[in-house]
Design a protein around this ligand. Structure first.
Ligand SMILES: [Cu+2]
Length: 192
């Protein structure tokens, strides 16, 4: 009996906390946090059943400024890293005004990383351990505009940025495909 009463008290305690948090938000904060939660786009870091290839799925997404992307690791040890000179001297392939992100190597099943996008344009990113194998993705925020992500690979050889590996170049969905489909599933995910 005592245990049951304790449980009821615990339950009431947590309901109380939720209620307090909900009431603490101003109207604006409430609507922003509600919308932000609803608008999170999830991209999974997966492997083929045999474990011989790793990939982002979906590999391409169209989102709107202010939206957040959440990467979820379903198999061990990946990163989501923007193509940007600040990230290991990689080629600049995100809008010039945008902040680059780098999750570093993520550890553990269900590890997640989030980034909120505000600048419009094309964003290319890679997984640090598997870029050479073609584990890359592309996100378009709003409109592609004509930023670095719309340019051909190795568009500025004088900068001496690290080259985008051929396997990676081959795995980006086209801008046209992302704009028309909004979500481009990875061809490696077929049948999963
Ligand atoms: Cu990876």
């Amino acid at each position: 009996m005592e245990i049951i009463i304790k449980r009821i008290f615990t339950a009431l305690f947590f309901i109380g906390i939720d209620f307090a948090i909900a009431n603490n938000n101003s109207d604006t904060a409430q609507s922003i946090s509600f919308d932000a939660k609803k608008d999170i786009v999830e991209i999974r870091m997966k492997s083929t059943p045999k474990g011989d290839a790793y990939f982002f799925d979906p590999v391409g997404v169209l989102i709107q400024p202010g939206q957040t992307v959440r990467w979820i690791q379903t198999v061990f040890n990946h990163s989501t890293t923007a193509y940007h000179p600040k990230n290991y001297n990689h080629e600049l392939r995100i809008p010039e005004k945008a902040e680059p992100w780098d999750s570093k190597i993520m550890r553990g099943h269900d590890a997640t990383f989030e980034h909120t996008f505000t600048e419009e344009g094309v964003y290319d990113y890679f997984c640090k351990p598997h870029e050479m194998d073609g584990m890359v993705g592309r996100i378009i925020v709003g409109k592609p505009l004509d930023g670095p992500g719309t340019k051909p690979f190795d568009y500025a050889p004088e900068k001496k940025w690290k080259e985008v590996p051929k396997a990676a170049q081959d795995n980006f969905p086209t801008i046209e495909e992302i704009m028309s489909k909004k979500i481009v599933l990875n061809k490696l995910s077929a049948g999963q």
